[in-house]
Design a protein around this ligand. Structure first.
Ligand SMILES: Cc1cc2nc3c(=O)[nH]c(=O)nc-3n(C[C@H](O)[C@H](O)[C@H](O)COP(=O)(O)O)c2cc1C
Length: 419
């Protein structure tokens, strides 16, 4: 559906008295999703690290780059397509990996996979997904998907995740570097709520044969003492329900649901990660590898030295370092350092077509949409995600055309005002 069809659809429905069920305006979309989600889910999805300064900075960074529209350029034909790692994509847009989507909607990753596949927008499966990657891939036919990896303490588990990603048709591996430790997430801390401890967002693990084998091995260190309260019992019931396999009481007696949570906590990330680890991943797969979380030009250059195939300029949506550089501020330095040798993607605060346009004008190959698609998911499942994407694409197409560009290739720094 092109931008004009989308616009027409919304206005015609309005003429019959129907308003969009998914707010078009980005702030209203967030407000509506906040109202729909539980307090814990809203804190997890919307919240960030510390005082939220990085979230604000990601947004504010788009303001100092006004677009200068050019006139009389015949924009009746508009081409949003880009080519990325030997695929032609319908637009310079991907869906960022977002964990624990079951907090937003019970169909979680499956719903997002359906919506993304319907429009041919690549979905980056999260390492912390609520649904195993094979199940999501199964609803996506041959639509594009990538897999995002966190570097676990078990090399064997990393190999297993990457092997499964290859088998279920993922076309690239995104290694997220900025979360070797969990940031100081004030909103979650105030609610004392970490979804993983309730067995949420660990489906890639519990569905994994290597992880299942690791569960049989005793964990070093003492078992954390839990005080028995009604909440503790509720947590136990929830983790047991979420654990794969039939028979609630059998699963409960096996002790595996809680053991899985404990094992996950012990191995999910590795703060000892260094550049030298990358060769292990490079030797594991022939798929393109992108590093997510790069913000410094020197790190960008180093990534190329280590044979990486792409970068995602990201600060994890302001969830890790409070007061960090915004992604749009970091982008030009990274683009310059890379010098066109590999694609550079950007996420963080991308809320509308103009944001994507500005990022592309500053040298990004594509942008990743994050929280907004989760808001669509929270409000209306797969249909909600699809509407958010349709609106985003229409907004981008109109911005591009009204700025005087017929295709993504025509978007360049000259489209922006230079002080
Ligand atoms: C609720 C939530 C969960 C996330 N989970 C992951 C994840 O599992 N892996 C990852 O690499 N990034 C994760 N991210 C970061 C996103 O991939 C992306 O960098 C971020 O959402 C971009 O910021 P924005 O949503 O404000 O635009 C998560 C972000 C949010 C909001």
């Amino acid at each position: 559906m092109n931008a004009l069809d989308r616009q027409r659809q919304i206005y015609l429905e309005g003429a019959s008295g129907r308003l969009p069920r998914i707010p078009v305006d980005a702030d209203r979309l967030e407000q509506a999703a906040r109202a729909r989600m539980s307090q814990q889910a809203a804190a997890y999805v919307i919240g960030g690290a510390g005082r939220g300064a990085t979230i604000d900075r990601n947004r504010a960074a788009f303001d100092p780059f006004p677009i200068v529209p050019r006139m009389l350029r015949d924009v009746s034909g508009r081409d949003l397509r880009i080519s990325l790692f030997s695929r032609t994509l319908p637009a310079p847009l991907l869906l960022a990996p977002i964990g624990v989507l079951e907090m937003a909607h019970p169909e979680a990753d499956t719903a997002v996979g359906r919506a993304a596949a319907n429009l041919g927008i690549p979905f980056i499966f999260s390492n912390q997904a609520s649904v195993p990657m094979e199940q999501v891939a199964a609803v996506m036919a041959d639509a594009p998907r990538w897999f995002q990896l966190y570097w676990s303490k078990s090399d064997e588990l990393i190999a297993s995740f990457v092997g499964r990603a290859e088998t279920c048709g993922c076309e690239a591996i995104v290694l997220t570097l900025d979360t070797t430790l969990l940031g100081w997430r004030t909103q979650d801390l105030d609610l004392a709520h970490l979804p993983f401890l309730r067995g949420m967002g660990i489906a890639q693990y519990t569905s994994d044969p290597v992880f299942q084998r690791l569960l049989d091995e005793p964990d070093p260190g003492p078992m954390p003492r839990r005080i028995i309260t009604t909440d503790a019992i509720r947590t136990l019931i929830q983790s047991t329900r979420r654990y794969p396999g039939p028979g609630f009481f059998g699963k409960l007696r096996s002790g595996r649901p809680l053991a899985a949570v404990r094992k996950f906590v012990n191995i999910y990330s590795n703060p000892a990660l260094t550049w030298d680890h990358l060769s292990y991943l490079r030797n594991l797969t022939r798929l393109p590898i992108l590093l997510k979380g790069i913000l410094h030009p020197d790190d960008a250059r180093k990534a190329l030295d280590y044979g990486m195939d792409g970068l995602i300029v990201s600060n994890h949506g302001g969830r890790q370092v409070d007061g960090a550089i915004s992604t749009l501020e970091a982008l030009p330095g990274v683009v310059k350092a890379v010098g066109g040798r590999v694609p550079v993607l950007l996420d963080g605060g991308v809320r509308g077509g103009a944001d994507a346009f500005k990022a592309l004008a500053l040298g990004a190959t594509a942008v990743c949409l994050g929280r907004p698609y989760v808001y669509g998911l929270a409000l209306a499942g797969a249909a909600g995600v699809r509407e958010v994407l349709l609106n985003f694409l229409a907004d981008f197409e109109l911005t591009m055309a009204l700025a005087g560009c017929r295709s993504v290739a025509e978007i360049s720094e000259t489209c922006l005002y230079k002080r």
